[in-house]
Design a protein around this ligand. Structure first.
Ligand SMILES: NC(=O)c1ccc[n+]([C@@H]2O[C@H](COP(=O)([O-])OP(=O)(O)OC[C@H]3O[C@@H](n4cnc5c(N)ncnc54)[C@H](OP(=O)(O)O)[C@@H]3O)[C@@H](O)[C@H]2O)c1
Length: 281
């Protein structure tokens, strides 16, 4: 993707098309570990700054705050992209639909734009996926996908159910670049969402990132976020601070050169800050 094609006034609305037909803004606000009041304020600030995509989950305990901030913003629902996720304890054919309805009710909306299986729970994920398929067909989720799925989980899901996820949301940043998984997703037309794109805040100040940031006169966080976008991913930085939410969204007025992208691509060290689902059978 080239930043030359971006209209700066539309920057935060730049989107990618999913294999299920809807469009997803490439930049979304993450709200994991945002307390309900922080979450309300962060979503309010993000929407005022032009973000149109919010990533929450039932387990984050802040769906009600997302719903309230969205309602109070008075932004037309059709302009917004709201994602939530089915928590592990609610997987399975008995519980999944009830959990989905609970999320919709907390969010105070009629449909979500994306509903994800939060994790590839053993012996539950495929039957849960069939429940998500029913929800998708009913129109209450405009697209459905998965999170934390590795290649074998995806292969099994597609083989057993025949329905390819629109999205796989996984941890990705230059220190964990998930090259093989991303190539497999690409081959199946599954979009990748980069969670913890700032390595959960743990590697923002890394000297390798500072070197590139100085060159482009951008902040380290902006380089990490821009790397995700130029790697054709959707990116979900989290902050509860308005200035940082603004900073993290101001990534559409520059482009990292191929040479510097190659350098950033060389920083992979399999550094995980969150779940490692590789051993989940
Ligand atoms: N599906 C999954 O299993 C899964 C797992 C993890 C994350 N996620 C999603 O991905 C989102 C992002 O991941 P994440 O929350 O782990 O971490 P992240 O976005 O990589 O990093 C967030 C951390 O960086 C800080 N930060 C944000 N912007 C900054 C900036 N410009 N300069 C310096 N520090 C900055 C934040 O602090 P402040 O808030 O204080 O600014 C916070 O401590 C989550 O919120 C969630 O929506 C999904």
């Amino acid at each position: 993707m080239s930043s030359n094609s971006i209209d700066p006034s539309q920057a935060k609305k730049q989107s990618l098309k999913t294999n299920q037909g809807n469009s997803i803004p490439v930049l979304g606000l993450g709200v994991w570990k945002s307390s309900p009041p922080e979450c309300y304020q962060a979503v309010t600030d993000a929407l005022a700054l032009g973000y149109r995509h919010i990533d929450t989950a039932a387990i984050y305990g802040n769906e009600e705050s997302v719903g309230k901030a969205v309602a109070d913003s008075k932004i037309d629902r059709s302009e917004l992209f709201i994602t939530t996720k089915l928590w592990n304890a609610d997987q399975g054919k008995e519980k999944a639909e009830v959990a989905f309805e609970k999320s919709l009710s907390k969010l105070n909306i009629d449909y979500v734009d994306l509903y994800l299986l939060h994790f590839p729970v053993s012996e539950k994920r495929n039957e849960s996926w069939k429940v998500l398929e029913r929800i998708y067909k009913s129109g209450r989720a405009k697209s459905i996908g998965v999170s934390n799925f590795m290649i074998p989980h995806l292969q099994e899901l597609i083989q057993e159910t025949g329905l390819v996820p629109a999205i796989n949301q996984v941890e990705v940043h230059p220190f964990l670049n998930q090259k093989e998984l991303r190539a497999y997703c690409d081959s199946q037309n599954i979009l990748v969402e980069a969670y913890s794109p700032l390595a959960h805040g743990k590697r923002i100040e890394d000297p390798s990132i500072s070197k590139i940031a100085e060159k482009y006169k951008k902040t380290n966080a902006q380089i990490l976020i821009r790397w995700s976008i130029q790697s054709n991913m959707i990116v979900l930085p989290k902050s509860v601070k308005k200035a940082r939410i603004d900073e993290n969204g101001s990534v559409f007025d520059f482009s990292i050169s191929d040479f510097d992208m190659e350098f950033l691509n060389s920083l992979d060290e399999n550094y995980r800050t969150c779940w490692d689902p590789s051993d989940v059978v």
